[in-house]
Design a binder for this molecule. Structure first.
Ligand code: 13P
Length: 244
């Protein structure tokens, strides 16, 4: 169960969040919990969660160890700060920062090089779903960004399916739509990497996940977790999502 804080919170707000959140999930051992704050809050987040069952991740990385890339952050830096995860190719990065499939492959490899688990996002836009092209779009994202990985690389990633039309809109995919799409993604994994890989890969659903809809989504066979935006900003609501 992962939270993506996007561009919200200051370091002081980050510490206050974890002061409240940590005791609420202290007894949880049946799932992995991760929060991905913005870069400037990572140190506060890692410091606040040391010794707890909460892992911290970045929201992006640049695919080089270091260099003249003004404004960018590397996997080496995330690892050195104590991060365990990094989100790759969130739809907002695809839309506003023009990230494409070739970037996904490079970023996944850069993350793995520094022992970070990449949470790789794929998802279709509203017009793509409405025109019946969901599987074409997801298939292209999978074929371009994930299929080129080696089986060993692929075994270390987490996939997040986030329909763009459900992000921040309050319009969640129905459990049935999410399940059908997750099953399609799992079939792509099976075709590319085999049945064992398909069964072992964690596929998170993201898009307006809230305490009151998480249980139904999670009851679907192919939904293994959630990537939560808005509802992860409040300690009580994210704890309720984690403990659905
Ligand atoms: P919301 O939960 O706010 O819809 O955001 C989903 C998301 O984009 C998580 O990465």
């Amino acid at each position: 169960m992962a939270g993506n804080w996007k561009m919200y919170k200051t370091p002081a707000e980050t510490r206050a969040f974890f002061d409240a959140f940590e005791p609420l999930v202290a007894g949880v051992s049946n799932c992995d919990i991760a929060i991905c704050p913005s870069f400037v809050n990572l140190e506060a987040a890692v410091g606040s969660t040391e010794g707890s069952n909460i892992a911290i991740g970045g929201q992006n990385l640049y695919p080089a160890k270091e260099g003249a890339f003004t404004g960018e952050i590397s996997g080496l830096m995330l690892n050195a700060l104590g991060c365990k995860y990094v989100i790759v190719a969130h739809s907002e990065r695809r839309e506003y920062f023009h990230e494409a499939e070739a970037d996904v492959v490079k970023k996944v490899r850069a993350a793995l090089e520094y022992c970070l688990t990449p949470i790789v996002c794929i998802g279709e836009k509203l017009e793509e779903r409405e025109s019946g092209n969901t599987e074409v779009v997801l298939g292209a994202q999978f074929d371009g960004g994930l299929a080129p990985l080696t089986p060993e690389e692929f075994s270390k990633i987490v996939i997040a399916y986030e329909p763009v039309w459900a992000i921040g809109t309050g319009r969640t995919a129905t459990p049935q739509i999410a399940q059908e799409t997750h099953a399609f993604i799992r079939s792509k994994i099976k075709a590319a990497f085999g049945a064992d890989a398909a069964a072992a890969t964690r596929i998170l659903y993201g898009g307006s996940v809230k305490p009151d809809n998480v249980a139904k989504l999670m009851s679907e066979e192919d939904i293994d977790g959630a990537l939560v935006g808005g509802a992860s900003l409040d300690p009580k609501s994210f704890a309720a999502v984690v403990k659905f």
